[in-house]
Design a protein around this ligand. Structure first.
Ligand code: AMP
Ligand code: FE
Ligand code: FE
Ligand code: ZN
Length: 280
């Protein structure tokens, strides 16, 4: 069993890198990709631990890009060679943009009468502070009853606290990943065009022309119908296939590493071999 999509507490998961490696061994994974948002910190920490534990660990990243006027997540995998220093430097720049958004978000929340500081959320988020960390602080301070409620009231795109983060254009993200020896894969396509399957086909065709190499066919949010349709798209546009649970620990409690939601995830081992050949 393999799982090519997971998050540590260095982004918005709740498991430390060590805990995630232990969980991977516990559930019987032979290979795991850590795909934190905007940082390799979790992967870097987990790498020696995975080696010790006899777990194959794949270096990955998940980027929030701007595409067709919406926010689209892009995965990048480095299964053969590690990402370049240039790519790492670029991620630092992304983190700076995120910090700028966080500052503006704090100001906005304060203007809504909420007693919250940058320090509060950065204590929660450490390396990478994102909206889920804001949500936790809002819950702890009694402004929301749970994480989802905090998003609904203050953090969701449609809520009154929302501030825009400058996102990297999809084309640039594709180019950066490719140039650094990585394989870009379209994350959870279910969130890209919702139920408009023709629209999604247009997007995937367009993205394939811009350097996309794979589609995340297997994911905890995908129904069996989704899986077969996304698989057919990958085939039609000559793209590879990736898949994983999108494990976030307690931040997404219904999702289990390796097996997804109620056992709805089965990522074939061949996916990893294929991914390596796409990178070579
Ligand atoms: P950020 O990258 O800091 O803007 O935070 C994005 C993360 O917030 C996503 O990866 C999700 O985990 C979470 N998120 C975004 N919107 C929602 C929502 N409406 N409900 C719950 N979680 C959300
Ligand atoms: Fe996430
Ligand atoms: Fe995502
Ligand atoms: Zn993810």
């Amino acid at each position: 069993m393999i799982d090519l999509h997971s998050h540590t507490d260095r982004s918005d998961g709740t498991f430390t890198p060590a805990e995630l490696v232990a969980e991977a061994k516990r559930v019987g994974l032979s290979a795991l990709a850590i795909t934190d948002h905007d940082t390799f910190s979790g992967y870097d920490t987990a790498a020696p631990l995975a080696e010790e534990a006899g777990l194959e660990l794949i270096c990955g990243i998940e980027l929030s890009t701007r595409y067709m006027g919406q926010s689209v997540h892009l995965l990048g995998y480095f299964p053969v060679t590690p990402p370049s220093d240039e790519f790492r430097k670029w991620l630092d720049f992304m983190l700076a943009m995120r910090r700028d958004r966080n500052n503006r978000l704090i100001t906005k929340l304060q203007s809504l009468g909420i007693a919250i500081t940058l320090e509060d959320v950065e204590t929660e988020g450490r390396t990478l502070t994102g909206r889920p960390h804001f949500a936790r602080v809002l819950v702890d301070k009694g402004y929301a009853k749970d994480i989802q409620n905090a998003f609904d009231l203050y953090l969701d795109e449609s809520s009154r606290g929302f501030v825009q983060r400058q996102e990297v254009p999809m084309d640039e993200a594709l180019e950066r990943i490719l140039k650094s020896g990585g394989v870009p894969s379209l994350a959870h396509p279910i969130r890209v065009a919702k139920n408009n399957w023709d629209k999604l086909a247009e997007y995937v065709e367009d993205l394939a022309g811009s350097g996309l190499r794979a589609v995340e066919v297997f994911h905890s949010d995908h129904s069996p119908e989704n899986v077969s349709y996304y698989g057919s798209l990958a085939e039609r546009f000559n793209l590879g296939v990736t898949g994983g649970s999108d494990f976030h620990g307690a931040n997404k409690p219904l999702i289990s590493l390796g097996t997804g939601k109620r056992n709805n995830l089965h990522v074939p081992d061949a996916v990893l071999e294929n991914l390596k050949s796409l990178a070579a």
